[in-house]
Design a protein around this ligand. Structure first.
Ligand SMILES: [Zn+2]
Ligand SMILES: [Zn+2]
Length: 137
């Protein structure tokens, strides 16, 4: 399948931006059906603080405060609120807090999923139901 660069209009700043063939291929690959709505600059701005629509309420694994994340948290994977995430990313591996042990809680994958969620609208992960093969007679 061939893709060509496409000009889209950003819903935030109203400027035209290029939805490149490579990005279209990426979206096609991920089966995202919606074209991006914002230019890269606005996407970056949006990731920097303003609220997003598709967010999930959850509790921060470190401080326990309620927070919202722009992706669907995976069972068993810790979720950090924005401030804890920033702290964790900036801080040296030496634990600052004694109350909670977070040494293994933040994996690179968690950071990646944040970035990916900022790039595109989240999609539901497919749940594969195991087929029941019962030999009833
Ligand atoms: Zn824009
Ligand atoms: Zn927190």
């Amino acid at each position: 399948m061939e893709f060509q660069d496409k000009v889209l209009r950003c819903v935030d700043c109203g400027k035209d931006f290029i939805f490149t063939a490579g990005e279209q291929l990426f979206f096609h690959d991920k089966q995202f059906h919606n074209d991006p709505k914002r230019c890269k600059a606005c996407k970056l701005k949006r990731g920097g603080g303003s609220s997003v629509r598709a967010e999930t309420r959850t509790h921060c694994s470190v401080c326990g405060q309620e927070t919202t994340v722009p992706f669907r948290p995976t069972q068993g994977r810790p979720v950090l609120c924005r401030s804890c995430f920033e702290t964790n990313r900036r801080a040296s591996p030496a634990p600052q807090t004694t109350a909670v042990s977070v040494s293994t809680s933040i994996s690179p994958a968690a950071a990646v999923s944040l970035d990916a969620a900022a790039l595109a609208d989240p999609i539901d992960s497919q749940v594969v139901a195991p087929e029941m093969t019962v030999g009833l007679r």
